[in-house]
Structure formats: structure tokens, C-alpha cells
Design a protein around this ligand. Structure first.
Ligand SMILES: Nc1nc2c(ncn2[C@@H]2O[C@H](COP(=O)(O)OP(=O)(O)OP(=O)(O)O)[C@@H](O)[C@H]2O)c(=O)[nH]1
Ligand SMILES: [Mg+2]
Ligand SMILES: [Zn+2]
Length: 289
């Protein structure tokens, strides 16, 4: 039988068939990881239970990784919706890392600044405007308010909500998919480090077509799987300039005639974006065998 992974919880997976039948499935032995939104072949074992036999080839895979292991977020998605908010305290480096991971996976990214109803959001949204300059669509909205613009962006596509804990991913899911019934947390819980209200990735059909995947908030976004020499490709604010560097193999770190560093010096590229690039480049190089 064929089905779609609609939830991934450790080694337990929710599989839904085209006709809407639901199965709780496990994987046999030490098979490579199954991700939310994978298409799989499975054998039914009993009523509502099965074993995953095979994962269909993926067109993409969003994941994070450290030296030890990978954590799969979702497969075969059309776009990643990176949700941020002024509260709890934003983590700019995590936003950059999500964007880099999406770019490396060939997945378009969209930024959503949630909680527009809070007074502190205006200043926060203004501080994020440079992402729009880079070409990322950026929506400022409230999960409790008008979601027309977000619905239009999600329409007919498979999207994953990613971001730190407490930004309102599950609240957005519940607003967009009325019967999703996702548990949402309160800020005090989210601020308590290590507490995530959503514990595993889960996928829902959008009423107007398309799917929306909710994921647990992340504290860190490991990018150990990236090739440091490709890293600048994942910075859309760098890529238009790279042809202007004096050396074709410029790493944009200290080389003379570097067009990227010139743009940083002139304020055309945010300094913290370059610092993010440099720190990640150094970390990936020092970890390379
Ligand atoms: N003021 C305001 N609060 C919001 C908004 N959206 C969500 N919240 C609140 O933010 C808190 C966290 O929301 P969740 O939806 O659980 O956050 P999450 O991103 O799913 O968190 P994790 O599952 O832990 O990753 C809850 O108290 C929500 O009510 C919003 O637009 N405005
Ligand atoms: Mg959640
Ligand atoms: Zn350069």
C-alpha cells in the first residue's frame, strides 16, 4: 500500500492513504530515517497498523545536523515558512540558519513575522526589512488576525512551518486548518528553555488545497552537512556580488578585492549576515576531515 507520512515521532509514523485511511506504522530494523511528508510503501499488519517497507525517492529534504546525527524536518516540500516574533526574544542566527538550510535543500523560503498585534512587533518587523531586500517574501501578521495574505502564499502548496518555540507556529496551523487541534503553549512555558509544546512534525491538509506541516520549535539549527565552499551560494544577498570579487575562488573572508566585503563595509550587506557566514564557514572548515 502507498501512503503519505503525516506525522513522524521517533520511530513511529502516521501514514495516510489517498483514500484517507490512517495507519500507525513502524520501520523495520535500522532503515534510514523516514521524514514527515515522505511517500512510502507499507504493509498493513492489522487494523490501522503497518510496517513501512520503502521510501519513495524525494525531491528534497529539509534537515538539520551535527557531527553525530541528522534530524529530519520534512521531505518533498514546496516552501519553508520561517516564523518569527518579537516575543519570545528573537534569535537572528537561527533565522539565518533556517534560510541557509532551506537554500541548501533547494527549498524556497518565506518569512512570517507573527504577533503583529503586540506593540513591540513594529520595531522588530522594521529590523527585519533587509530580508525583503534580499528577495525573501516577508509577511507581518497576527495568528488571531487577517490571514488572507498567508493563505494565498500557502494555497495549493506543501509548506512547513519552522522557527523557535513560542513564535506561534501551531496557533497559525489551528487558524488555517480549523480541525487541526494542535496544542499551543503559553509564553512562560516557551521561554522556559528546553520546553516545546509541539513535540513532533505533523502534516495537515489545508481546506483550500495544499498541505501545512507544523514542526517542533528548535533551539539550534545544526548545519554540519553543508559544504563550506558552497556556503556563499546560500546567501542571496552575496550572490549578485560574487562575480565582482577579484579572485574567482574568493572565500569572502579576507581576500583583497572582495566585492562582498566591500558591500559589508559600505553597509549594502548587513554586517551580521557576513559574520554569520564567516562563523559558519570557520566552523564547517574546522570540522572537515
Ligand atoms: N499576541 C499574540 N500571541 C500569539 C500569536 N500567535 C500565537 N500566540 C501565542 O504564542 C504562544 C505560543 O504559541 P504556539 O503556537 O504554541 O507556538 P509554537 O511556535 O507552536 O511553539 P512550539 O510548539 O513550542 O515550537 C501561545 O500563547 C499563543 O497564544 C499572535 O499572533 N499574537
Ligand atoms: Mg507548536
Ligand atoms: Zn569575495
Amino acid at each position: 500500500m502507498q501512503g503519505l507520512i503525516v506525522s513522524a515521532h521517533g520511530k513511529r509514523f502516521g501514514v495516510e492513504t489517498d483514500s484517507g485511511e490512517k495507519y500507525a506504522c513502524v520501520i523495520r530494523g535500522k532503515k534510514a530515517g523516514v521524514a514527515c511528508n515522505d511517500t512510502v510503501e507499507f504493509s498493513a499488519l492489522g487494523p490501522g497498523e503497518g510496517v513501512i517497507e520503502h521510501i519513495a525517492p524525494r525531491r528534497n529534504l529539509l534537515y538539520r545536523s551535527d557531527e553525530m546525527r541528522s534530524k529530519l524536518l520534512a521531505a518533498n516540500v514546496d516552501q519553508a515558512v520561517i516564523v518569527t516574533a518579537a516575543t519570545p526574544a528573537p534569535r537572528p542566527e537561527l533565522i539565518d540558519r533556517c534560510l541557509i538550510a532551506a537554500a541548501a535543500a533547494g527549498i524556497p523560503a518565506i518569512l512570517v513575522i507573527n504577533k503583529a498585534d503586540l506593540a513591540e512587533t513594529a520595531a522588530y518587523a522594521a529590523s527585519q526589512a533587509h530580508y525583503r531586500t534580499m528577495g525573501y517574501p516577508l509577511l507581518t501578521l497576527s495568528a488571531q488576525g487577517d490571514l488572507t495574505a498567508l493563505r494565498a502564499v500557502l494555497h495549493g502548496k506543501t509548506s512547513i512551518l519552522v522557527g523557535t518555540s513560542g513564535v506561534g507556529k501551531s496557533t497559525l496551523l489551528n487558524a488555517l486548518v480549523p480541525d487541526a487541534g494542535a496544542k499551543t503553549g503559553d509564553i512562560s512555558t516557551a521561554l522556559d528553555a528546553g520546553r516545546h509544546t509541539t513535540t513532533h512534525a505533523n502534516s495537515h491538509a489545508l481546506p483550500d488545497g495544499g498541505r501545512l506541516i507544523d514542526s517542533p520549535g528548535m533551539q539550534s539549527f545544526g548545519l554540519a552537512h553543508l559544504n563550506p565552499d558552497r556556503l556563499s551560494d546560500y546567501f542571496p544577498d552575496f550572490s549578485p556580488l560574487i562575480g565582482g570579487c577579484r579572485f574567482y575562488n574568493c572565500r569572502h573572508l579576507q581576500e583583497p578585492g572582495c566585492a562582498v566585503m566591500a558591500a559589508v563595509a559600505e553597509g549594502r550587506i548587513a554586517k551580521r549576515r557576513w559574520q554569520c557566514y564567516r562563523d559558519l564557514y570557520d566552523a564547517l572548515k574546522s570540522a572537515a576531515p
